[in-house]
Ligand binder design. Structure first.
Ligand code: MOS
Length: 696
C-alpha cells in the first residue's frame, strides 16, 4: 500500500523554479497598470499628527497619491488594532506607518515619500523594559491561552528547605526577524473584490483579517502566497504591508505593489520581546530538583496585548514537588511584539537550561546526568503522561556522538594556545500541536492525482513533504501526484506556524486520500475526474489531551580568545526526537537552521534601543549582527527513529522550532565552561567577557 515516499530524502519540488528565478514571490507577478507604494514611518514615538503637507510630494514626477489618515479608505474596528493603519492621526510608536506614497515607479514613490512633510504634537514616552516599571501588570493569560501563573506545592518552603539553591536572573534583548523576502504585497481591486499576492505564513488568516478590516465576505477576497521567502513567525498573521497595499490600491483605483524595506522590518512587523527572567532552583544533594520557580517579565505595546508564554517551558520540562511560574508585562510605547521562532519556549529555555547548568555546578553533578535524574514520564504541569518523551535518549545519544564522557567539569580546564575551550549542554522541548485543515484529492483519468490544500511553504520544504505524504496515502509513486498549495481559493488549512504545519496538513491530506480511495473502490475505474475531500476539524478537536512534545539535546564546543574575549563556535551537535521525519533533507535544514538561529541569539543578535528616540538604532543587517556561515564551523543534527501513534495519522511532531529551543543556553554554558565567567545577559559579546574577567 505505502510506496515509501515518507522518510526518503527528496530535493524540494520548487528547487529548479527557485534557482532559475521563475518562482514568483509576492511582488514579482506581472500586473497591468501596476503602481508602487512606499510606506512612510512616523518620526516620533508618541503623539498626534497635526498637519501633513503633501504638496511637494504630489508635484514630484510620477507620484499619484499620498494616502494618509485624512484621505484613506475607512476600515472597520477589529481585533487587531495595530493593523488599523492610516485611520487616525494618533502615533503609538516610532516607525508606525502614517502614510503611503503611490507612484508609477518604485523610485518615484520613494522620492515622494521623502517629500511628505509631517508635523506632530508629541508627548513623553517610555520604551525601555525594566523590572520595576510603573506600568508592570499581570495579564489575564499568556499566548496562546495559557494561565498567566501556576503554582504546585509550596515553592517558598521547598526552596528554603533545600540544601542546594540557585537564584539567578537572565536578560535577553529584542530580536528582529529578518526573512530574506521582506513583508511584501501586490494588491488589486476588481469590482469590489480584492486579490492580494502576499508574503505570509497563512493565506487563510490573512484573508480573514482583510475580510474584517474591509468588511467583505471572505469569498470576495483571494490571498495567494505560492512562494514565501521566510517568515520565522513574523508573517504568521496579516501585517502592515498587506493592509497598506490594499488601502492604497483602493484609494488610487490601481493595482499597488508594496514591499517594506529591510530597515522597516525592525519593529513594526513584530519582534521578539526583550525579557527579564528570574529562575530559582533547589535540589537535594543528589541533584534531584525539589523546587522550581520561573518569573518572567516582558513587554507589550499600548495598542494590543502580546503576552509571550516565556515560563511555560518550565512548567513541563523537569519534575519537582514545589513549582511556580509567573508572567508580568510592561506596556510601552513600542511596536507590538510578535512571534519569532519558538516564541515563549526559546527565551524561556535559555533561562531554565542556563540555570540548570548553574545548579549542576553548585551540586557538583554532570549537567547531562542532572537532567537525566530529573526526567519524568508524567507532565508535572498537567499530571498526565506524555504521549512520548525521549529527552533522555536525546541526551544519551548526543553525549555519545559529541564525546561528552571525557569532559573535565572544571571551568578553564582546556586550553589551546590563546584559546580557552569549553563545552556545554542544554535540553530542548517544543509542543507537538495540530490544527484543523481541509484538503481535496482528485483522481484523473490518465492515472495522475491532484492534491489541493491551502498550506504554505515559507522555504521549509512543506510542499515536498505534503507531496510525499500524499503519495503514500494514495498508494502511488509520488511522480504521479501534483500538489497545489499557497492560495486561499484552495481548501482552508492551518498556517505555517507553531511547528504544526506538516502535522496539520498531512492529517487532512491523508484523510482526503483515504476518502478518494474508498470512492474509487466503490465506483469502479473512473471515466472522468473523481474528487474526494476531507476536513479534520472534528478529528483534531477531539484528540485526547495527553501532553505531547518533541524533545532535543544540544551539545556545543566553543573557544574563547583569552586576550580579546572573542567567542567562536567550534562545533554544535543536536539530537532530536520529533516523531516521524517525512523528508531527511528538509528536516535537517530546519534543525540546523534553528540551531544556527540559537547561536545567533547567544553571540550576535541584539536590538539596541535608544530611549531618546524610542527606536532601535541598529536597524539594518550591517549593524544588527546575525550569525553568518563563517560563524558556524561545524553543525550537526540527528534524530531518533521515534514512533508516536497518539499524535496524528502522519506521526509527525514538527521540527521547525525545536532546533532553536535551548541552543543559546548550550552556547552560554560552553562559554562559562571555557572561561569560568557566567554572562547572564545576551548576547555574549566580547566586551562583557573582558569586562568581568582576567581571561588570560
Ligand atoms: Mo513560528 S514563530 O510559530 O512561525
Amino acid at each position: 500500500m505505502s510506496t515509501g515516499a515518507v522518510g526518503r530524502a527528496y530535493p524540494r519540488l520548487e528547487g529548479p523554479a527557485k534557482v532559475t528565478g521563475t518562482a514568483r514571490y509576492a511582488v514579482e507577478y506581472p500586473v497591468d497598470g501596476v503602481t508602487y507604494g512606499w510606506a512612510v514611518p512616523s518620526a516620533v514615538v508618541r503623539g498626534r499628527i497635526t498637519r501633513i503637507d503633501t504638496t511637494e510630494a504630489l508635484a514630484s514626477p510620477g507620484v499619484r497619491a499620498v494616502v494618509h489618515h485624512g484621505n484613506a479608505p475607512r476600515m472597520a474596528p477589529g481585533p487587531q488594532p495595530d493593523l488599523r493603519l492610516l485611520q487616525e492621526p494618533t502615533v503609538h510608536y516610532r516607525g508606525q506607518y502614517v502614510a503611503v506614497v503611490v507612484a508609477t515607479s518604485l523610485e518615484a514613490a520613494r522620492e515622494g515619500a521623502r517629500l511628505v512633510r509631517i508635523d506632530y504634537d508629541t508627548g513623553p514616552h517610555s520604551t525601555v523594559l525594566t523590572d520595576d516599571h510603573p506600568s508592570l501588570y499581570k495579564p489575564d493569560q499568556v499566548n496562546p491561552s495559557y494561565p498567566t501563573d501556576t503554582a504546585e506545592g509550596d515553592f517558598d518552603a521547598g526552596y528554603a528547605a533545600a540544601p542546594v539553591r540557585v537564584d539567578v536572573t537572565y536578560r535577553t534583548p529584542a530580536y528582529h526577524n529578518n526573512p530574506m523576502e521582506p513583508h511584501a504585497t501586490t494588491a488589486q481591486w476588481h469590482d469590489g473584490r480584492l486579490l492580494v499576492h502576499d508574503s505570509t505564513q497563512g493565506a487563510t488568516p490573512v484573508r480573514a483579517t482583510l475580510a474584517e478590516l474591509f468588511e467583505l465576505p471572505p469569498e470576495s477576497i483571494r490571498v495567494v502566497a505560492e512562494h514565501v521567502g521566510g517568515g520565522f513567525g513574523s508573517k504568521g498573521y496579516a501585517k502592515a504591508s498587506v493592509v497598506l497595499a490594499a488601502l492604497a490600491a483602493r484609494h488610487v483605483d490601481r493595482p499597488v505593489k508594496l514591499a517594506l524595506t529591510r530597515q522597516q522590518l525592525f519593529g513594526p512587523v513584530g519582534y521578539r520581546t526583550p525579557t527579564i527572567q528570574r529562575v530559582r532552583l533547589a535540589a537535594d544533594t543528589d541533584g534531584r530538583l525539589t523546587a522550581i520557580c520561573h518569573d518572567a517579565i516582558s513587554q507589550t505595546s499600548t495598542i494590543r496585548e502580546f503576552a509571550e508564554q516565556i515560563a511555560v517551558y518550565t512548567r513541563s520540562m523537569y519534575a519537582a514537588p514545589h513549582r511556580r511560574t509567573t508572567h508580568r508585562l510592561v506596556r510601552l510605547d513600542v511596536p507590538t511584539p510578535f512571534w519569532m521562532r519558538a516564541p515563549g519556549e526559546c527565551p524561556g529555555a535559555y533561562a531554565l537550561e542556563s540555570a540548570v547548568d548553574e545548579l549542576a555546578i553548585a551540586v557538583g553533578i554532570d549537567p547531562v546526568e542532572l537532567r537525566i535524574r530529573n526526567d519524568t514520564d508524567v507532565d508535572p504541569d498537567q499530571g498526565r503522561p506524555f504521549t512520548s518523551r525521549n529527552l533522555v535518549a536525546c541526551l544519551r545519544q548526543g553525549a555519545q556522538r559529541f564525546g561528552w564522557a571525557s569532559r573535565d567539569p572544571s571551568p578553564r580546564s582546556r586550553r589551546d594556545g590563546r584559546w580557552l575551550i569549553g563545552t556545554g549542554v542544554a535540553g530542548s522541548s517544543y509542543p507537538a500541536r495540530a490544527r484543523p485543515s481541509s484538503a481535496t484529492a482528485t483522481a484523473r483519468p490518465d492515472g495522475s492525482f491532484l492534491v489541493q490544500i491551502n498550506a504554505t511553504d515559507i522555504g521549509t520544504g512543506a510542499r515536498t513533504a505534503i507531496w510525499q505524504v500524499a503519495a503514500d496515502a494514495l498508494g502511488v509513486p509520488p511522480e504521479r501526484v501534483e500538489i497545489r498549495i499557497g492560495d486561499s481559493a484552495l481548501p482552508t488549512a492551518a498556517l505555517a506556524g507553531g511547528s504544526m504545519g506538516t502535522a496539520s496538513w498531512s492529517w487532512a491530506v491523508i484523510r482526503a486520500a483515504q476518502a478518494l480511495r474508498e470512492k474509487l473502490r466503490d465506483g469502479g475505474p473512473p471515466t472522468g475526474e473523481v474528487t474526494a475531500e476531507a476536513d479534520t476539524t472534528e478529528e483534531v478537536g477531539g484528540q485526547p489531551a495527553l501532553p505531547r512534545y518533541a524533545y532535543g539535546a544540544h551539545f556545543v564546543e566553543v573557544r574563547v580568545d583569552a586576550d580579546t574575549g572573542e567567542v567562536r563556535l567550534n562545533r554544535m551537535l543536536g539530537v532530536f526526537a520529533a516523531g516521524r521525519v517525512v523528508n531527511p533533507t528538509t528536516a535537517r535544514s530546519q534543525l540546523i537552521g534553528g540551531m544556527t538561529m540559537g547561536l545567533s541569539m547567544a553571540l550576535h543578535e541584539e536590538g539596541l534601543l535608544d530611549e531618546r528616540y524610542g527606536d532601535w538604532v541598529n536597524h539594518d543587517l550591517a549593524t544588527y549582527h546575525i550569525t553568518g556561515c563563517a560563524d558556524v564551523e561545524s553543525i550537526e543534527a540527528y534524530w531518533l527513529d521515534e514512533r508516536d501513534d497518539e499524535l496524528n495519522p502522519a506521526g509527525v511532531k514538527g521540527l521547525g522550532e525545536i532546533g532553536i529551543v535551548g541552543a543559546a543556553a548550550a552556547v552560554a554554558n560552553a562559554v562559562h565552561h571555557a572561561t569560568g565567567v557566567r554572562i547572564r545577559e545576551l548576547p555574549i559579546r566580547l566586551d562583557k567577557l573582558i569586562g568581568v574577567s582576567d581571561l588570560a
